[in-house]
Design a protein around this ligand. Structure first.
Ligand code: ZN
Length: 311
């Protein structure tokens, strides 16, 4: 079966949603490939930003928007993980200390700007320059914007090797990064299905009432259970496929995604199966596999057409 294509014809502009006093989500419709959400926390002496955007234009628009909410500079930028939609704009935050997990830094230093033109052609990226976080942690760090206390926590490999959440415990608000795609297919090609299940249980245990996902609309904790459901479905599909001696692309082609077919970017099943196969075969969590080969299989699955990117 082929991937379901969503109609991107009209996309609303990004918008700001207040999720607690002084805490905001910056939501970029429609949340598909490369179109991520960011956030910001406003304190009297400065702003804490949570992630930048994929392109120069989108990141500049985000920074300009923040300036409407505070005259103070963005003093801290937290990267929730290394993926380019969240970090390509790092170089534009020239007043900020960029904070992230130590492996976020390592990934950006190792790979810089990935050449994604064969997979997502024709994107107006702008004049990007990779900038790695330069204040790093292993398990977490606590950042303040005035009285707002933000616990930045890494719970293990999941969507990538280096995901962090930003947890406003007092407000019950959790910025999840790409641990949650509300309305989109979870993506584990560079992470770990087994790790993802563990991390989802841990973030569920935080007891957040409001989630700002990495993509899609602000939501509640039910989206954590939904992601757990998808991952169990993925692992079951991978186990059966391996036993049948089928490669990930073949399995993806014969799999009925059921309720998950309605999620955007459903071709991610192919990359997810590649990662699940590797892990079932003994590759360590978020260990090295052929990422470009898997992305190529996703294009093949998509009738040989490059993947959609509306960034
Ligand atoms: Zn990501």
């Amino acid at each position: 079966m082929s991937t379901s294509h969503h109609d991107h014809g009209h996309m609303d502009p990004p918008r700001v949603q207040e999720v607690a006093d002084g805490a905001y989500a910056y939501i970029q419709p429609d949340g598909t490939w490369w179109i991520n959400n960011t956030g910001f926390l406003v304190g009297p002496e400065g702003v804490v930003a949570i992630d930048g955007c994929a392109t120069e234009n989108r990141t500049r628009a985000f920074i300009d928007t923040v300036a409407k909410y505070s005259d103070a500079p963005i003093r801290t930028l937290i990267n929730t993980h290394h993926h380019g939609d969240h970090t390509n704009g790092n170089y534009l935050f020239d007043t900020a200390t960029i904070v992230a997990h130590e492996r976020t830094r390592a990934e950006i230093l190792a790979y810089g700007l990935m050449d994604v033109e064969p997979i997502w052609p024709g994107v107006g990226w702008g004049d990007l320059r990779p900038v790695a976080p330069f204040l790093t942690y292993t398990d977490g760090v606590t950042v303040y914007a005035g009285d707002l206390r933000a616990q930045v926590r890494h719970f293990g490999a999941a969507h990538t090797s280096n995901d962090s959440v930003v947890w406003l415990e007092e407000q019950g608000v959790l910025y999840t990064g790409d641990l949650i795609f509300n309305g989109g297919t979870p993506f584990l090609l560079m992470g770990s299905p087994a790790g993802y299940l563990e991390v989802l249980e841990k973030i569920k245990g935080l007891g957040a009432t409001t989630l700002v996902p990495g993509h899609g609309e602000v939501c509640g904790p039910e989206q954590i259970d939904y992601a757990i459901g998808y991952t169990n479905f993925l692992l079951e599909t991978a186990r059966k496929g391996r036993e049948a001696g089928l490669d990930p692309l073949s399995v993806a082609r014969e799999t009925d995604l059921g309720e998950y077919a309605a999620l955007s970017d459903s071709e991610r099943i192919v990359g997810n199966l590649h990662r699940a196969y590797a892990e079932l075969g003994g590759v360590e969590r978020a260990g090295t596999i052929d990422i470009y080969g898997a992305l190529g299989d996703m294009v093949t699955f998509n009738d040989g057409k490059p993947l959609s990117c509306y960034a």
